[in-house]
Design a protein around this ligand. Structure first.
Ligand SMILES: Cc1cc2nc3c(=O)[nH]c(=O)nc-3n(C[C@H](O)[C@H](O)[C@H](O)COP(=O)(O)OP(=O)(O)OC[C@H]3O[C@@H](n4cnc5c(N)ncnc54)[C@H](O)[C@@H]3O)c2cc1C
Length: 603
């Protein structure tokens, strides 16, 4: 199905992965990129190797001008306009292609990843998606080509995660021709060189904020704080922006009054999955460099790559990157298909894209959390493999580790995204968009029933692993389902339970995606050629089972007592039990040997 569009009946709804089985033929994997996508990937890679990677040191010296220069070059090559429709001078490519560019432009330095994401995602998309025709014509072509740069000004000193609580005010002039915006915005990426800001402000005592397009004009009451002194992304410009009676024509209001919070959240949905993509190449590069270093570095007369302790790290790093890629592109293609279905039924580009992404907002949050944490762990292990050199700013591990850290904070912190993922799923179930109740009741019946004594047939590839994924889904339904029944709407007060449920959800999505990718590749290229991919899928699942077990136990014990607790814990044991324990050491060795013999991240 690589490049065809499914109809809406066949296509899983957002969150439905939890209750429906997916065939490997129905998932898109990085191996499914079409010629156009491969060409785009190669040209972005070539750009990164030519323009970004050789300037690595300069990026660490807080050379903001260099970031601006590279962004301009990216604009000349069309990279800033991949997601923009052709009528506004963009390339009008599909969602997968836009993910791919975010992915491959991100590996060399977090500074460019952030500048790129802030400009193309949250800086441009709100206009493309919510702008009037006049607004789009006026601003989008300039932004798509890199003639102008965009920034997104939502956060304030007192309004971070609680984004709708901002104090910035927009007051309508007496003649009704303009709004006057006053307030302080904080942590604004690209502030140092942005020509246009998407600014969120409150009109009168409105419940919700409103979005505005504000041109950067120093004569119009706009001033900036100094560049922030940050842990990482050193050449990404981050400043406070002060608006003091800044006049904005009424025609620059985005969408309608009071719609700003919705715009902000929808922009973030898109931003989140793209941030996941932007964590992937950073992981690949760290893994790749670690493999090369481990092959080169000799201790005890032996390349350290030959030591089991190092092999284990390399295998785990590659595995998390592989699973992250599998899950990110699986979701990206679901979004693209959903967008195409809407376009075919007559929706506008903006409506199709908004609804398409909104449908998979759960997956977007899952991916943001998973990939941002994986890139952090991966770069941490990268430092360890480099030993003392890893701690030195003369090797790329140190900056990779510092740059990775921000991804867990912006685009909604990982805590907020964990809560969102579960909260949105519960809401979807309440609205009847995803039937969790039926499957949850079935799990309840299974718990009180007699376990089947049939000997399962595991002769087919991944038979036991797929059964295990099914069982992990039951764990989620059992744990979260009982919690919903117990607490109802008060569940949101039980944050530790939500966090644990989110972790279960994340592990299921990533593990299932890795298995489906490896299975699809085994079917098309032959199992013999895919033994390392198969090993990675199995290794990922092995860890997922452990995490699910631990998190579910934590949750169950927190709210269930006596017989109910005992029954659920017994169910948990049953649902996390392997018939054939995987030989994890062997799996890791298989993966590491492939990496070290190829001397690169080769998947
Ligand atoms: C380098 C950088 C670039 C940025 N770029 C931009 C940008 O371009 N535009 C923009 O508008 N913003 C930007 N931000 C802001 C960023 O989105 C916020 O920092 C982020 O949303 C978190 O808000 P906060 O910093 O106020 O933290 P807080 O909201 O104060 O959170 C502090 C801690 O409390 C937790 N927490 C908060 N609320 C809850 C809750 N209800 N339940 C449980 N835990 C909670 C958080 O998870 C976090 O761990 C950027 C930030 C940085 C550091």
């Amino acid at each position: 199905m690589s490049n065809t569009t499914l109809n809406s009946k066949e296509l899983l709804r957002g969150g439905q992965f939890l209750v429906k089985e997916t065939n490997c033929e129905d998932v898109f994997t990085p191996e499914d990129f079409n010629d156009e996508q491969i060409m785009m990937r190669e040209s972005v890679k070539e750009f990164v190797e030519r323009e970004i990677w050789p300037n690595k040191e300069e990026f660490e010296k807080k050379n903001y001008k260099l970031t601006e220069e590279i962004m301009r070059k990216a604009g000349e090559l069309g990279f800033l306009g991949v997601a923009v429709p052709e009528e506004y001078d963009g390339l009008g490519m599909g969602f997968v292609s836009t993910m791919l560019v975010c992915d491959y432009i991100s590996g060399a330095t977090g500074s460019i990843a952030t500048a790129f994401g802030a400009h193309t995602g949250i800086g441009t998309m709100p206009i493309t998606l919510y702008g009037t025709e006049e607004q789009k014509k006026k601003y989008v072509p300039k932004l798509a080509t890199g003639e102008w740069f965009g920034a997104y000004a939502l956060t304030e000193p007192g309004a971070g995660s609680d984004a709708n609580s901002g104090k910035t005010k927009a007051v309508l002039s007496e003649d009704g021709k303009h709004y006057s915006i006053s307030g302080q915005k904080m942590w604004i990426s690209n502030a140092g060189f942005a020509n246009v800001f998407i600014v969120f402000a409150r009109i009168e005592d409105d419940k919700n904020i409103t979005g505005f397009i504000v041109e950067n004009d120093p004569e119009n009451g706009i001033t900036f704080g100094e560049e922030e002194k940050k842990l990482g992304i050193h050449s990404s410009s981050t400043r406070q922006v002060f608006f003091n009676d800044t006049k904005v024509p009424v025609e620059n209001m985005l969408s309608e009054r009071g719609n700003g919070f919705k715009i902000a959240m929808n922009a973030l949905n898109i931003g989140r999955i793209k941030l996941a993509a932007a964590s992937l190449d950073a992981q690949r590069r760290v893994t790749d460099l670690s493999v090369k270093y481990a092959n080169d570095r000799v201790q005890f007369n032996t390349p350290i790559a030959k030591f089991g302790a190092i092999k284990s790290k390399l295998a785990e790093m590659a595995t998390s990157a592989y699973a992250g890629e599998a899950a990110s592109y699986r979701a990206a293609k679901n979004i693209e298909d959903r967008i195409n279905i809407r376009l075919e039924s007559g929706s506008s580009h903006a409506e199709a894209e908004l609804k398409g992404v909104e449908e998979y907002a759960i997956e977007c949050s899952i991916l943001k959390v998973a990939c941002s944490e994986d890139v952090q762990n991966c770069s941490d292990e990268g430092i360890q493999i480099f030993g003392g050199m890893g701690f030195s700013a003369d090797t790329p591990m140190e900056s990779a580790w510092r740059d990775a850290r921000i991804a867990r904070i912006y685009e909604g912190t990982n805590e907020i995204n964990r809560m969102l993922a579960v909260g949105m799923l519960v809401k979807k179930a309440m609205k009847g968009h995803v039937d969790l109740l039926g499957p949850a009741t079935a799990v309840g019946d299974e718990l009180t029933g007699i376990p089947s004594m049939d000997k399962p047939d595991y002769s087919e590839l991944f038979a036991e692993e797929k059964e295990m994924i099914g069982k992990l889904k039951k764990v989620f339904l059992m744990t979260a389902g009982s919690a919903v029944q117990k607490f109802g709407p008060d569940l949101e007060e039980h944050q530790q339970l939500l966090m644990a449920s989110a972790d279960i959800l994340i592990e299921i999505y990533l593990a299932e995606s890795a298995i489906l990718r490896a299975e699809k590749n085994a079917k098309r290229y032959g199992e013999d050629t895919q033994k390392e991919q198969i090993a990675m899928a199995k290794l990922y699942l092995y860890h997922a089972v452990d995490t699910v077990n631990q998190k579910a136990k934590e949750g169950i014990v927190s709210f269930a007592e006596g017989d109910e607790q005992r029954m659920m814990l017994m169910g948990l044991k049953r649902f996390t039990k392997y018939q054939n324990q995987p030989n994890v050491v062997q799996l890791r060795n298989t993966i590491a040997e492939k990496l070290t013999s190829e001397n690169k991240y080769c998947f």
